[in-house]
Design a protein around this ligand. Structure first.
Ligand code: DGI
Ligand code: FE
Ligand code: FE
Length: 192
């Protein structure tokens, strides 16, 4: 493993709670496996996986304040559900606090919660790795989605979005425009 990854790991351990740190390592390794399966750059996948939730444990009020301070956009749904900001703020911190300059990595971190239309290979790897890493055990259909992830990444993305929207509808969670748009884009792309 590169020195950069080792150093970031050390720093992150103090910024995340124990469970989030374990999840983060799970996403890092799962992302590297998906990169192997789909011919992506493993180092980029590991770095993006390692940092994707770097802003997750900042208190929600602080997330909003930090976004305002650094002029990061906050949508209506994000203001109501500030946990959603951890992805955009995470991309910002990955650059400013952890020294990552690679825009491909920063973008994958930025869109990891809602996804986005026409995602890059790395975006999709992080989006899927986040959902299937080994510590995750609550979502339905995980066995099937884990299998799909290594064979058809777009299908896995669509399935995750379908299940996430279903879950949010059930618990009456506000749906970010981007989550819905991503779902519709992949539904159309795969002709479903
Ligand atoms: O940060 P993690 O928990 O590892 O994972 P994540 O960043 O993908 O966040 C997962 C949560 O985000 C999950 O409970 C579903 C929720 N989510 C995804 N899209 C939306 C959403 N929540 C709301 N309220 N609105 C959305 O559009
Ligand atoms: Fe996250
Ligand atoms: Fe995560």
């Amino acid at each position: 493993m590169t020195e950069q990854i080792q150093e970031i790991k050390k720093k992150l351990k103090h910024k995340l709670d124990k469970e989030r740190y374990q999840h983060t390592l799970g996403v890092m390794y799962t992302a590297s496996c998906l990169a192997m399966a789909h011919g992506a750059d493993m180092e980029q996948a590991m770095l993006a996986g390692l940092l994707h939730d770097c802003a997750k444990c900042i208190p929600n009020t602080e997330k909003v304040k930090l976004c305002e301070k650094h002029h990061l956009d906050i949508s209506h749904v994000e203001r109501e559900n500030p946990f959603l900001l951890h992805s955009r703020l995470g991309a910002f911190l990955a650059k400013s606090e952890y020294g990552v300059e690679d825009l491909t990595i920063l973008h994958a971190i930025e869109v990891h919660t809602t996804g986005e239309e026409n995602m890059s290979l790395l975006d999709k790897i992080i989006f899927v790795a986040d959902y299937i890493e080994p510590h995750r055990n609550k979502a339905p259909n995980l066995t099937e989605i884990r299998n799909l992830a290594f064979h058809n990444l777009d299908e896995a993305v669509l399935r995750i979005l379908y299940d996430t929207l279903h879950y949010l509808n059930q618990k009456k969670g506000a749906i970010d425009k981007k989550t819905q748009e991503t779902y519709e884009y992949y539904q159309k792309l795969l002709d479903k």
